[in-house]
Design a protein around this ligand. Structure first.
Ligand code: NDP
Length: 273
């Protein structure tokens, strides 16, 4: 698996998402098993959030990383309504308890809310100094917000990015690349929906003997400073996602994909789910 430099360490360019895990007790074991398989296959970056199943996803992650915490680069996120001077340390403690660990490698503001960014940053920095988090970053911030934040210490911006949602290519992605701030692409396979049924995407996939989801991941991570965090519970999906890291798309593939999924010609507001 290819790696890139994030928050002072090397991480795989394909990690694992956890949204919608931890919601159904009867699926918990399956979810833990999927994450463990993903770690085994090299997808050692795990993305979660206090929001996911209101802490349930963090508990799944805790079970998956038990006995192998040091292999994993753990990302979690704080709700905007907890992103205050007092709220952040408390939310972080709750996440640490659910994750059954003493530190989160990268702690993100889930999206911008009512508290001033400087207040959130100050609280993040205190957590970093206390060793509760390795680094901090943001999610769902558009270019104007990032420029207002103006913080070289911000390790990443996690945003919606896939073949169907290419808006960030106009300004946000080049800016992050210029700042050497990796972007974490969420919903990298369009939540397994319509995008995967696109005829051109299917043709490119069959040319390489792979699946459309694998092409969509390879298309993202071929770029400098882009990490993809697909979520998968089915073991075959986990395996395919990990293997997508080895897929090399050629100029013809990229051109065909550009015809089918257009790059932005003007500024688009940052899309979110
Ligand atoms: P994804 O684009 O990762 O799609 C997940 C869906 O695709 C699941 O139904 C999964 O099925 C299916 N799938 C996974 N792998 C394959 C494959 N190889 N072939 C076909 N289908 C596949 O969507 P998410 O919304 O989960 O986004 C990824 C992660 O990003 C989240 O889990 C979360 O961690 C993060 N995120 C962050 C947000 C933010 O605001 N910061 C917002 C949204 C997501 P199955 O599970 O059955 O295997």
């Amino acid at each position: 698996m290819q790696t890139l430099h994030l928050a002072g360490t090397q991480v795989p360019v394909i990690g694992q998402g956890t949204w919608q895990m931890g919601e159904d007790r009867t699926r918990r074991q399956e979810e833990v098993t999927a994450l463990r398989l993903g770690i085994e296959m090299g997808m050692t970056l795990i993305d979660t959030a206090e929001m996911y199943a209101e802490g349930g996803a963090e508990e799944i992650v805790a079970q998956a990383i038990a006995g192998q915490r040091d292999k994993v680069f753990l990302v979690s996120k704080v709700y905007p309504h907890n992103a205050s001077r007092q709220g952040i340390p408390q939310a972080c403690e709750r996440s640490l308890r659910r994750l059954a660990t003493d530190h989160i490698d990268l702690y993100l503001l889930h999206w911008r809310g009512q508290f001033p960014l400087e207040e959130t940053v100050e609280a993040f920095e205190r957590l970093r100094q206390a060793g509760k988090i390795g680094r901090w970053g943001v999610s769902n911030l558009d270019l104007d917000d990032l420029q207002e934040l103006n913080e070289p210490a911000c390790a990443t911006n996690q945003v919606l990015y896939n073949l169907e949602e290419r808006g960030i290519e106009f300004d946000l992605l080049p800016w992050c690349q210029q700042q050497s701030m990796p972007v974490m692409a969420y919903c990298p396979i369009g939540q397994g929906g319509q995008m995967l049924a696109n005829a051109v995407l299917k043709q490119v996939a069959s040319r390489h003997g792979v699946t459309p989801a694998q092409v969509s991941l390879a298309w993202l991570v071929r770029q400098n400073g882009v990490i993809a965090i697909p979520k998968a519970v089915r073991p075959e999906h986990v395996r395919l996602n990990a293997q997508a890291g080895a897929l090399q798309l050629d100029a013809g593939d990229l051109e065909a994909l550009d015809q089918a999924f257009h790059a932005p010609k003007r500024k688009q507001r940052l899309a979110m789910v």
